[in-house]
Design a protein around this ligand. Structure first.
Ligand code: B12
Ligand code: SF4
Length: 496
């Protein structure tokens, strides 16, 4: 049996010298989730290999004669995933299976492009799938969706795995070892799954559930050790950082502390970054441990800088608490990265400038700015799907894709561009070069060029957004004038 796994690239990889230094110039880190599934399948199927279009071109001839092709999609790479699935369905005899966050949340769409969609986490179900394909049977276990006579059949939801201790083997990803020295490719470890919160716009909590599940601390530390070894062996990296990618690493406080203590005991000396909610910023004991374990920054999902938006999207935060947390994190010698959303209903023209002011005033070292979007599976999607401009999923990577309440989509996109331009300005680049420590210098330079490329992409979408915005304004105006005209006609009629 031959199994091939594919991570489609939203912009498939192209070699360019910029790949070494500029994140997202056709290069991003390969999916840990799919790599983990490849590792699990490899235990049963010797001929297993994964391709990631983040780091390499597909070797199509090698894929064509596979028996089973698994494609993992998020929203931003779904369209490319569908195109690949269709291509291999047409040109090979393989069973084509789609999975991952977007396919699970949106299986009614995904079933049209493949033989089966596997819902939820694949750590256990992929082995059941391999068995079914070997026996040439229709997979009938929980968590499968497919089309039969034009009807969507779904076998129900599967329970999420309680154990997910598999440490991925990165050598199962085509050309990964060769690329691992690139400074834009960060080692990643995903240590826990699930989040007890329920923010309206978050698909993760719907995919991984609200129950927090964790890996044993020793297992996490072993993963970290192997990840560092993989990215360091035979390479001279400037940036020595591992990213703990959990959505809420601190949700189980005791476990998080146990992991940090294990890292300290292990003697691993490296830099780490992790995503966090603001509450951690007020937990002095945790912050001291993070610092001792080698963490250099916390990436805070701040999202909004106004309390109205927190209330509207059920995010338990306030601006005051967030600012207090930022100050305290910085007092402990860690820096803060901010993850932000623009385009909430309360946002008006000028929100980009206000965001930039907030970032600069609070000495936030780096940002990811995303225009609001509603993805299938979330309460905001159900409530607002009529406000989406289109379903071109590849544009759901930062662009304006919906009608904000108090701006046009064009204005929202401009706000995003302006915020990025002010935060990553030339004077701030020079400031970073003169005054930041070595690590933050490197990070700022990398991000400066990354944001240049992000802005280029955002600008490319402007003509379209301008057209739809103007057409909408025109329609509103015509309706208003129409209404006025209608009224005046009524008047004329009554005078007569
Ligand atoms: C690391 C990461 C990145 C990395 C690498 C992404 C990658 N290759 O995986 C980088 C930095 C490149 C990145 C970039 C972006 N990201 Co990102 N990222 C993440 C993060 C934090 C962790 C991913 C991870 O390792 N998950 C853990 C593993 C275990 O889960 P998994 O990959 O889903 O895999 C499991 C299951 O889904 C399933 N599965 C997966 N594939 C398949 C396939 C089959 C066939 C089967 C059966 C099962 C299956 O089994 C796996 C094991 O259980 C996630 C958040 C998250 N928790 O997932 C956001 C996330 C994926 N990112 C997101 C976004 C929005 C982006 C950006 C658009 C941000 C931006 N504005 O620039 C960009 C996209 C860039 C682009 N190319 O266009 C969103 C996507 C939302 C969505 N609906 O799709 C997420 C979910 C974050 C969020 N809060 O919503 N990201
Ligand atoms: S806290 Fe983060 S991971 Fe948890 S539901 Fe909210 S956005 Fe999602």
């Amino acid at each position: 049996m031959k199994v091939r796994l594919i991570e489609p690239g939203n912009r498939p990889y192209k070699p360019t010298p910029l790949n070494h230094f500029v994140y997202d110039r056709y290069i991003r880190t390969p999916s840990v989730g799919l790599n983990t599934l490849a590792t699990i399948i490899k235990q049963q199927v010797e001929d297993t290999l994964m391709y990631s279009e983040s780091i390499a071109r597909l070797v199509v001839n090698d894929i064509l004669d596979a028996d089973l092709i698994l494609i993992g999609i998020f929203t931003f790479n779904a369209r490319r995933g569908y195109a690949l699935a269709r291509y291999f369905q047409k040109n090979s005899k393989a069973v084509i299976v789609l999975g991952g966050l977007h396919a699970s949340m949106n299986y009614r769409e995904a079933v049209h492009y493949c033989d089966y969609v596997l819902l939820g986490e694949g750590d256990e179900s992929v082995l059941d799938l391999v068995q079914a394909v070997r026996r040439r049977e229709t997979p009938d276990f929980c968590g499968v969706a497919y089309l039969r006579d034009g009807k969507v059949i779904c076998t129900g939801k599967r329970k999420p795995p309680q154990q997910f201790e598999t440490i991925r083997d990165p050598d199962l990803v085509y050309r990964y070892r060769k690329m691992a020295g690139h400074n834009t490719l960060w080692g990643q470890v995903h240590a826990s799954r699930g989040c007890p919160h329920s923010c309206d716009y978050c698909a993760l909590v719907r995919h991984f559930g609200r129950q927090v599940r964790t890996r044993p601390p020793e297992n996490v530390v072993e993963d970290i050790r192997r990840t560092i070894a993989f990215q360091e062996q035979g390479h001279h990296r400037l940036l020595k950082v591992v990213w703990i990618t959990d959505d809420n690493f601190f949700a189980d406080r005791d476990w998080a502390m146990a992991v940090l203590r294990k890292i300290i005991e292990s003697g691993i000396r490296y830099h780490f970054t992790v995503q966090a909610r603001w509450e951690v910023g007020l937990d002095n004991e945790m912050l001291r441990l993070l610092k001792r374990a080698g963490f250099v920054e916390l990436a805070l999902g701040i999202e909004f800088i106004d309390d109205d938006a927190f209330v509207q999207y059920h995010k338990k935060s306030s601006k005051q608490e967030i600012v207090a947390a930022i100050r305290n994190i910085q007092r402990h010698g860690l820096s803060v990265r901010g993850l932000f959303i623009l385009g909430a209903d309360s946002h008006t023209v000028g929100v980009g400038a206000r965001l930039a002011d907030f970032v600069i005033r609070n000495n936030i070292k780096g940002v990811l700015i995303q225009c609001m979007y509603f993805v299938p599976g979330t309460p905001v999607y159900e409530a607002n799907r009529g406000r989406l401009l289109h379903h071109r999923w590849e544009k759901y990577n930062g662009n304006a894709v919906h009608w904000p309440k108090s701006m046009t989509p064009y204005e929202l996109q401009l706000e995003n561009i302006q915020a990025s331009r002010r935060i990553y300005s030339l004077p701030r680049l020079l400031h970073a070069l003169f005054f930041e420590d070595r690590l933050h210098k490197l990070l700022f330079v990398g991000e400066y060029f990354w944001h240049l490329s992000v802005r280029q992409d955002l600008k490319r979408e402007l003509p379209y957004l301008r057209r739809v915005s103007e057409a909408h304004e025109m329609k509103k105006l015509t309706n208003r004038n129409g209404a006025k005209y209608g009224k005046s006609r009524e008047k004329i009629c009554s005078i007569n």
